[in-house]
Design a protein around this ligand. Structure first.
Ligand code: F0G
Length: 329
């Protein structure tokens, strides 16, 4: 017998929120079991920051980032519309997600990855059978190329400029509000291109809520070590501004400190960009005393290079209990 709650948790995101997504009975649902991710209370960090902190652990999606929420809708709709191929430009996570859902749907995926994409994400897209092309240039240039290819008509663009991606990503807010039994006092999430901030704002407007969103960008956008949000010109800047989201910038030092703290204090090993929200909370008392949900967008294994650089290397010891005890003192 299935454990209690398992059947419900495993329901594809499209089935769970069918009435609030642009799908019909004719839409072939392409799912890998996305959504229904844990909302974890963070007791130690709550105490330290003097607020009530909850972490939406989006790394537990099938390809280990929140992108899968949007990709299930975008690829299902592409299949419904008779597409044979999808294309995206990516700092890495969109490409891994597009590769997985395209494989599941039997479509070709062409992914244009920025030179700086983290290794784990590239390996995912390659292993999943996508045609992975490393573009000479930045993410911004790759996105322009992907848009132009999409306009030619043979490839469906599955970046978040595809509205179906935004529609799917808004379900994170539905889950959070259901799980907490009401809205938190604020949502905090990283801001790269702004697709996710746009999606959260849309969800809130559909729910008739005015909960503030804090969108956290890297202070040095073109060069940040948080490669997922290394985007010079956010494609959704106008929509983010129009949404009324509060935009704040954090430095790479603040991101790394928050990233290590999340791992060591709460057991969540995410990629650096995902710690941008916590980095903001650590440096500001604006949300003092509030119930805050921080979205942790992607898994730490996505970027082994960053972890290798910032996490302590193992000590080498003899296989002997005394030597081990000495080394851990
Ligand atoms: N966190 C992670 C782990 C991401 O991969 C991204 C964006 C963001 C946050 C920022 O979200 O762009 O909606 O504001 N990654 C994109 C990609 C750009 O290509 O994978 P955003």
């Amino acid at each position: 017998m299935a454990a209690r709650g398992v059947a419900e948790v495993a329901a594809p995101l499209i089935e769970r929120y069918r009435d609030r997504l642009p799908v019909s009975e004719k839409t072939p649902v392409v799912s890998l079991g996305e959504g229904s991710t844990p909302l974890l209370h963070a007791p130690r960090l709550s105490e330290r920051l003097e607020l009530d902190l909850w972490l939406k652990w989006e790394a537990s999606n099938p390809t280990a980032s929140y992108k899968d929420r949007g990709m299930t809708v975008a690829v299902s709709k592409a299949l419904e519309d008779g597409a044979r191929a999808v294309v995206c430009a990516s700092t890495g996570n969109t490409s891994a997600s597009a590769a997985a859902y395209a494989a599941r749907a039997g479509l070709q995926a062409v992914v244009l990855v920025a030179e700086t994409a983290a290794r784990g994400k590239l390996i995912q897209a390659r292993a999943l059978g996508a045609r992975v092309l490393a573009v000479r240039g930045s993410f911004d240039e790759a996105l322009t190329a992907a848009r132009k290819l999409g306009e030619r008509g043979d490839h469906v663009l599955v970046n978040s400029l595809n509205q179906n991606r935004v529609e799917g990503q808004k379900t994170a807010v539905f889950e959070i509000v259901e799980e907490l039994g009401g809205p938190p006092d604020a949502f905090v999430l990283p801001y790269g291109g702004g697709g996710n901030t746009t999606a959260y704002a849309k969800a809130l407007s559909e729910l008739g809520l005015a909960t503030p969103i804090h969108a956290i960008e890297a202070a040095d956008r073109p060069r940040t070590l948080a490669s997922a949000i290394q985007i010079k010109e956010p494609a959704h800047r106008d929509r983010v501004e129009a949404s009324g989201a509060n935009v704040h910038a954090v430095s790479d030092e603040e991101i790394v400190a928050a990233w290590l703290e999340l791992a060591r204090e709460e057991g969540l090993f995410c990629e650096p960009s995902s710690a941008a929200g916590l980095a903001f909370l650590r440096g500001s008392d604006e949300l003092h005393g509030a119930r805050v949900v921080v979205t942790i967008t992607g898994h730490g294994l996505k970027d082994p290079g960053a972890a290798d650089f910032h996490a302590p290397a193992p000590l080498v010891v003899d296989p002997d209990p005394d030597a081990i005890t000495r080394a851990t003192e």
